[in-house]
Design a protein around this ligand. Sequence first.
Ligand code: PEP
Length: 236
Amino acid sequence: MRKPIIVANWKMNFLRDQADLFLQKLLARLGHNQTVEVGIAAQDLFLPDLIKIADDSPISIVAQNAHWENFGAFTGETSPKALANIGVDYVMLGHFERRELFNETNSTVNLKVRTALNDGLDVIVDVEEMEQVEPVLEGITEEQMKGIIIGFEPTFAIGTGMSASTKGAQDVAQQIRKTVRRLYGAPTAQAIRILYGGSVDRDNLADLIAQPDIDGSLVGRASLDFQTFWELVKIM
Ligand code: PEP
């Protein structure tokens, strides 16, 4: 059985105290619920605080990006090894905004995925279309695939209020699983978690996660209001 997961992508929002308070409230509501995994993808600056607060809880802390090298002359970048070293659980790579605004490509995303996995970070690798799946996974071994979650986030749906249709999202998730089966075999395809992201809200989440190939969701705007996000967690 694949454990459902919902990931809040806070992007570049909140100040430190707001982030801390949000997580404290979430923990208080969630208690020791082990039926759903909740991820919080926050700015790097907030990660140490959030890791401390989430310690020993079912909440996973997610970085929103990392470089493909661990050390060196890369001013302003974040080392995946340093993220692993402070206790980050996942790094999200290949988000649409990284590709669109910061010129990331399949090949840079692939380099980042490889380094992060080598450093012991699990990866949520985002794709906006099916064609990106193979290139971002190039060179990743079957064993390493245990550390991968694939997020499918169609460009037209991100931040627009216009989610993909349930059937459309399921069809692509099914295609992604088929591609993973072709590349890595049935056990890996069965085990890998595939998330849908793009204008997820209270009205569409239940239908989306009821689909056989959708194991959870990535949530942007609806994760910024505590009560709204909590209602989404309850739907999971
Ligand atoms: C995202 O950017 O990952 C996302 C899912 O955003 P939104 O929910 O706002 O569409």
